[in-house]
Design a protein. Structure first.
Length: 587
């Protein structure tokens, strides 16, 4: 491997004469490293790994610290790159006599067995940790190497220590790169970001470590910090357009920093003069920013201005990159938002010609067809898309609405039942002790819901879905505060783990409730709404559905109260406002 053959010698991690007196001689240290390389060159990976482990299990001395760090790093790379879980054996087991890791044609050639007359003293005891798989052992080795690299870091900027500082940085960078591989495989991005934060002591004017840190923060969901780190990356590498593009993406996401996103997008556009392939991406990001700003604008005039800016930006992106299906898709989406349905149909068909299996383009095509009241054609498009993406819940939600119009409520309810089955198989979060409340026509798929009351519920059926609005963020915070009160009354602990599955499950129940309301069955609709309320009791969507059920029962005053409660949480919830103004005389 590349690390084994490296010529980096950790000669002086800490500058100073005292450290020099306690180190191995250059030739002795090199010989100890190269002796084990012969096993790998001769195709005997099993014995080479065994010898590495023998050295690492020996009691540590100050003299061998540099050698131990190098060997730990090399063994970690072998475990990550050259050994799978099936061929792994732990350090306390005897190595296999025949291993797929070894080369049988070269294993026996030029190989001699050497035994030391005096065995080294090794660590012993009852509570010594022993890894049980290759990634676990590699992670242990790398964390030890990281600790040693941080302990022996050379941070002095004086010219006399320049070479020692470069060696220290190179050694630490290799360790952190391998940690990125090991922790990335396990999805442990939180831990990875913490490790790379410790690497910042080496990171003065070092772009690679800053960029790795930013990416780890992104993966760990720490978007606000990631944007700040990306700003430093932009300073270190101002000609790289991918960095402001990533920052713009983060700002347009959960952060909803649209002004920041606009600045980053304009930076990408400006850099596009030097790198033309990114200019179209910059206009695409700029168009998305304007479109989101238009959604948040409260004045009609400002909405129209921002929508025109978004449309011009998407048109510019499409003209610069006519073969990019995303440019055609977002142009079609913006035209659809502007109610230019025929033009939007033309561009979404272009997007599908460029990328025929794109789920978003197929979904948009179905929505545009349904806007023209071609419901059967739209349903056929959804069925075709689901043949490629059978577990796409957004497509399935649209299918429920179209089936209610084209094939009747029974087919729509069967689709809801099918969604619950998919949810079970995808997330495996079912609760065998469920009480059994809810619609008798749907299989039980509710897990332990008591702890889910602190999460906001998005509206997948809202035509404005697809962007995060400032008003919806405010509503989410209100929902969270109210749900925390409900949670405390129920004496429940916060739910651990990903939240998206529970949001999806609640939406399945709300869609089923909507179907039952459409066919005039308030009891079943109430049961389905209650299942969603058990997950998100203070969601404005759940409160709106309660109002729909009350209206179906003829309880006008109760329905009004539910709609007003929904609006108190989300003041821009259009459906609640429409119901309140649709029958003022009754109220």
């Amino acid at each position: 491997t590349s690390v084994i053959n490296t010529n980096i010698q950790n000669r002086s991690p800490k500058p100073g004469p005292a450290a020099q007196e306690q180190e191995l001689g250059f030739f002795l240290e090199t010989g100890l490293q190269r002796a084990h390389v012969l096993y790998f060159k001769n195709g005997n990976l099993t014995r080479g790994v065994g010898r590495f482990r023998e050295i690492l299990r020996a009691v540590e001395t100050r003299t061998t610290q540099n050698l131990r760090m190098t060997i730990a790093r090399q063994l970690a790379e072998i475990l990550l790159r050259g050994m799978c879980e099936q061929s792994y054996w732990n350090p306390l087991e005897d190595p296999p006599h025949q291993s797929p890791l070894d080369d049988p044609l070269r294993k026996g050639s030029n190989t001699k067995n050497y035994a030391l007359s005096r065995r080294p003293r090794v660590y012993t005891g009852e509570n010594i940790f022993c890894p049980q798989e290759n990634t676990e052992e590699a992670l242990l080795l790398l964390l030890i190497s990281e600790s040693m690299a941080n302990r022996d870091a050379v941070l002095s900027r004086i010219p006399e220590h320049k070479n020692d500082r470069i060696i220290s940085l190179q050694s630490a960078s290799v360790v952190y790169d391998l940690l990125t591989i090991a922790l990335g495989r396990r999805g442990q991005y939180e831990m990875l970001s913490e490790c790379l934060e410790r690497a910042m002591k080496f990171a003065f004017e070092e772009f690679h470590l800053w960029y790795q840190f930013a990416l780890s923060l992104m993966a760990a969901g720490k978007s606000a910090r990631a944007v700040k780190v990306l700003k430093e990356c932009i300073r270190l590498k101002p000609d790289d357009a991918t960095i402001p593009l990533l920052a713009a993406k983060l700002c347009m996401g959960s952060l909803h920093w649209l002004e920041e996103a606009e600045r980053f997008a304009k930076t990408v556009v400006d850099l596009g003069d030097k790198t033309s392939e990114f200019k179209a991406k910059g206009y695409l990001a700029l168009g998305l920013t304007y479109s989101l700003q238009a959604t948040d604008a409260s004045l009609r005039g400002m909405q129209e201005v921002l929508q025109r800016r978004a449309l011009l930006a998407f048109q510019r992106a499409h003209s610069l990159s006519p073969t990019d299906h995303l440019a055609a898709f977002y142009l079609a989406l913006q035209l659809a938002i502007s109610r230019q349905i025929p033009e939007a149909l033309g561009y979404v068909r272009q997007a599908l010609q460029l990328q025929g299996d794109d789920a978003n383009s197929l979904h948009l095509l179905a929505l545009l067809l349904s806007a023209q009241k071609h419901y059967h054609d739209a349903l056929n498009i959804i069925d075709m898309a689901l043949s490629e993406y059978p577990e796409n819940f957004i497509l399935l939600f649209t299918k429920v609405k179209l089936e209610s119009l084209c094939r009747g409520p029974d087919e729509a309810l069967l689709t809801c039942k099918h969604m619950l089955q998919i949810w079970k198989s995808c997330y495996n979060l079912t609760n065998p002790s469920d009480s059994g409340r809810g619609s008798s026509l749907l299989d039980r798929a509710i897990a332990d819901r008591r702890q889910l009351n602190t999460i906001t519920l998005p509206d997948f059926s809202d035509p404005e879905t697809g962007s995060v609005h400032a008003t919806s963020i405010a509503a989410s915070r209100v929902e969270q505060a109210l749900s925390e009160v409900a949670s405390s009354l129920q004496s429940s602990a916060p739910k651990q783990g990903p939240l998206h599955p529970w949001m999806t499950l609640a939406q399945i129940w709300l869609h089923a409730a909507e179907v039952y309301i459409g066919i005039g069955k308030p009891a079943e609709a109430t049961a389905c709404t209650q299942e969603a309320a058990n997950l998100f009791p203070m969601s404005h969507n759940v409160l709106y559905m309660r109002g729909q059920v009350a209206e179906l029962r003829g309880n006008i005053d109760e329905a009004k109260r539910w709609y007003e409660e929904a609006l108190s949480i989300s003041p821009t919830h259009v459906k609640s406002m429409q119901r309140l103004v649709s029958w003022p005389r009754k109220l």
